[in-house]
Design a protein around this ligand. Structure first.
Ligand code: NAD
Length: 308
């Protein structure tokens, strides 16, 4: 039974916590904004950050406002009897559009014009740089919510889409689905490689020297997954050594991206601040997930998006 839901102050990173309190004004449990020092009587917590204080505060259920829950200690939560749910299933459209935007920017040179605008510079790009996404190729690595959202938009733009999936069953908008073991073959012919996998033991460092070698020299890497999925030093070397043309990066090994990172300075790198999923509807979407799970707890049903 959930009687009190705390909205952890850390969700402020994504939206004001009070907006989610207002969105949840129709649920039975009391909903208030809380901090890690103030969890007395809270059964369910909606949070962005993880804090060890969550383990021994009597919480029954934690909902992460992110899909990626790699910062949460699954075994400790299980041992403490705390259930964890995530926000998978909510970001296919927002992240899909962001990735379409990155690819359009590279193809149509929009990031280049914007940089020139800052210098009041009116100049065509090098004749051979612009191209169309129509007829270009994309490999989507990870075909869950994000991957499918990306693939659908790429297909609508006329791109040839392949993908990588642990179990290579057919996926809408994806011409060929490769198993994880064939990653190199899957990425070898792609102009764009978009990463949409969770950070796990298997995916950490999934894109390193060997994979960057396997990619086309004129390829663009898109990472909307998690920073450590890519070996960042190897990526910088590949970009600086012209073994890769460009990258659109929303996530990094260290966030915020340190000021001295060479990634800030490279012309063909688009840096976004882990904001690929940002939308004014974010809190409303979180409220829908929390509301459904409050109902399920009351009905004795299994939680949706259960991780632990
Ligand atoms: P999801 O669970 O819907 O999909 C993940 C997919 O990756 C699943 O289909 C899973 O089978 C697949 N997968 C897992 N390991 C794999 C592997 N080794 N090889 C190939 N496929 C593998 O999750 P989602 O909502 O699509 O999000 C995916 C990840 O993207 C999240 O875990 C999170 O880290 C990240 N994410 C980032 C943002 C952002 O703002 N940049 C937003 C949402 C999610």
């Amino acid at each position: 039974m959930v009687t009190r839901i705390g909205i952890h102050a850390s969700v402020e990173t994504l939206f004001p916590p009070t907006v989610l309190v207002d969105e949840l004004d129709d649920v039975d449990p009391e909903v208030t904004v809380v901090t890690s020092d103030d969890l007395d009587g809270v059964d369910a917590l909606v949070t962005f950050a993880y804090d060890d204080a969550f383990l021994d505060s009597g919480l029954e259920w934690i909902h992460s406002v992110q899909s990626g829950v790699d910062r949460f200690p699954f075994e400790d939560l299980e041992a403490a009897g705390v259930r964890l749910t995530n926000s998978t299933g909510t970001h296919g459209d927002s992240v899909g559009e962001t990735v379409a935007g990155y690819m359009l920017s590279f193809a149509r040179r929009l990031h280049e014009y914007r940089s020139k605008q800052e210098r009041t510079e009116w100049a065509w790009p090098a004749w051979q740089d612009p191209f169309t996404l129509d007829g270009s190729s994309l490999c989507v690595v990870g075909l869950g919510t994000l991957g499918q959202g990306i693939a659908a938009r790429a297909d609508a733009l006329g791109m040839d889409v392949v993908g990588v999936k642990r179990t290579p069953t057919p996926v809408d908008h994806v011409d060929t689905v490769y198993p994880r073991a064939d990653l190199h073959e899957a990425i070898a012919d792609a102009k764009f490689v978009a990463l949409a996998v969770p950070l796990t033991d298997d995916t950490a460092g999934m894109i390193g020297d060997a994979e960057l070698d396997a990619m086309r020299d004129d390829a663009v890497l898109v990472n909307v997954a998690r920073g450590p999925v890519v070996e960042q030093d190897a990526l910088v070397d590949a970009l600086e050594g012209d073994e890769l043309t460009g990258a659109a990066l929303d996530v990094f090994e260290a966030e915020p991206l340190p000021e001295d990172s060479p990634l800030w300075e490279l012309d063909e790198v688009v840096v976004t601040p882990h904001a690929a999923a940002a939308t004014r509807d974010y809190a409303e979407r979180m409220a829908a997930l929390v509301r459904e799970n409050v109902r399920r707890v009351a009905a004795g049903e299994r939680l949706a998006n259960a991780v632990v």
